[in-house]
Design a protein around this ligand. Structure first.
Ligand code: MN
Length: 424
């Protein structure tokens, strides 16, 4: 299904007068409104290939319909999102789920939608049918060198596939760890993992980065080899400049102060970027901003201040990706909501009066600091985000547009109702 520009123009015309009223009201209250609109329009969020199908839980999966069956169809789905909101300009592949057999077709299809390829993800958390050795007791940390070698080779192959499509980063997420006390030797496990990572790092092209993602628990329930930002940072520091720590919002123990982790990693030049999602209990992978939008805003406050202090390009210098799963929502609608939540938090962080915040901090005045932060958080910036979309050629109201176009019904017509996204 293609989204014609004329249909977006019609939708925007219908909603124009109310939007203009709301945007004018916002622009009288927000300084440098035009430059903020331009920054929001430039800010692109990567869609992972595995978020385009119904995810389910470990108790089961209520399959959706019209899901993408192939890598090309996954690219088409991200293309649809990008056509609607002009903010999903890249896709992240997962090897071997998205093995690139025909790089020319894959690249051509992506560029027809104006899409680029973000980080490639390796997979050593499950066994593949053709694989001789099992990862049941670990991959890069395994006691058996042959298993470690197999996992290293897979990561090098993932880099090679990423090179075929023009990716510039490898994301490494390990499920390695233990389920019971005494099962593994923590120190030897760390050392074996480091040794394996060094082999992968040596195979990294000079202009690539290696993102090391951490997670506190699950699937291993007693210890995770890369269990938090401290382990990730140790691995990244020992590997070298191209290795960085990746923060997934759902991968912390409850109540962790993620904004503080972000601030310090940025100060050290070791933050790779983000996997956005939301959670109430654990790694719930819910829609971004659906549970705790204030935390998301506070994270963005640190990101914006950290990037500005280091003169970084907000849109390009860190990796921005959604990593969520969809159990009861249409995945494409969920992703449209997640992108908007990220844009809202980013915009609110941009309008924080940083001078006033600095003064409050220097005066040890927590009351004033809270007033400054919440003045930004409680500002309705949705008209600014909508204006950024409109100027970039997107729809003023993405969800309404998606529903009015019957996108899902069209995809079911093209692909069938019993299709299942690969990899999930
Ligand atoms: Mn993640």
């Amino acid at each position: 299904m293609q989204i014609k520009k004329s249909l977006i123009a019609e939708h925007n015309d219908l909603n124009c007068s109310e939007h203009q009223r709301r945007f004018e009201w916002a622009s009288t209250r927000i300084a440098n409104c035009d430059s903020i609109v331009a920054r929001v329009a430039a800010f692109q969020i990567t869609i992972p290939s595995w978020a385009l199908g119904t995810g389910g839980t470990r108790f089961g999966r209520f399959a959706g319909s019209g899901e993408p069956r192939t890598l090309l169809e996954k690219i088409d789905d991200v293309g649809l999102l990008h056509a609607i909101n002009r903010s999903c300009g890249s896709i992240s592949l997962h090897i071997p789920w998205d093995s690139v057999d025909d790089a020319y077709s894959v690249r051509t299809r992506a560029s027809s939608h104006g899409l680029q390829f973000d980080a490639v993800n390796s997979n050593t958390f499950q066994d593949q049918p053709s694989q001789p050795l099992s990862y049941k007791f670990g991959s890069l940390s395994h006691v058996d060198k042959a298993v470690r070698n197999q996992a290293v080779e897979h990561n090098i192959e993932t880099i090679r596939q990423g090179e075929l499509v023009g990716s510039k980063a490898l994301t490494l997420w390990l499920s390695d760890g233990s389920c019971f006390p005494g099962q593994i030797d923590f120190r030897r496990s760390f050392e074996r993992t480091l040794e394996s990572m060094k082999q992968i790092y040596r195979a990294l092209p000079a202009d690539w980065k290696m993102y090391i993602e951490y997670k506190a628990f699950e699937p291993n329930m007693y210890s995770m080899t890369v269990g938090d930002w401290g382990y990730s940072h140790m691995f990244a520091s020992k590997l070298g400049k191209q290795a960085l720590t990746l923060v997934d919002l759902g991968h912390h123990l409850p109540s962790a102060n993620i904004e503080q982790i972000v601030a310090i990693l940025m100060m050290e030049g070791k933050l790779a970027g983000f996997h956005f999602n939301d959670s109430k209990y654990g790694d719930d992978d819910l829609t971004v901003g659906s549970i705790n939008p204030y935390q998301l805003f506070l994270v963005f406050c640190e990101l914006v201040r950290g990037m500005d202090e280091q003169k970084m390009d907000h849109a390009r210098d860190l990796g921005w990706m959604i990593d969520a799963s969809h159990n009861v929502k249409d995945p494409l609608e969920d992703l449209l909501q997640s992108v908007e939540a990220i844009q809202i938090a980013y915009t609110q962080a941009l309008i924080v009066d940083s001078q006033a915040l600095f003064q409050a901090q220097e005066a040890s005045d927590p009351v004033a600091a809270q007033e400054v932060l919440q003045a930004a958080f409680r500002t309705d910036v949705r008209p600014i985000v909508a204006e950024a979309r409109r100027r970039a050629g997107g729809a003023l109201r993405p969800i309404e547009f998606f529903r009015s176009m019957n996108v899902r019904a069209n995809l079911i017509g093209e692909r069938g109702s019993l299709t299942r996204s690969t990899g999930l």
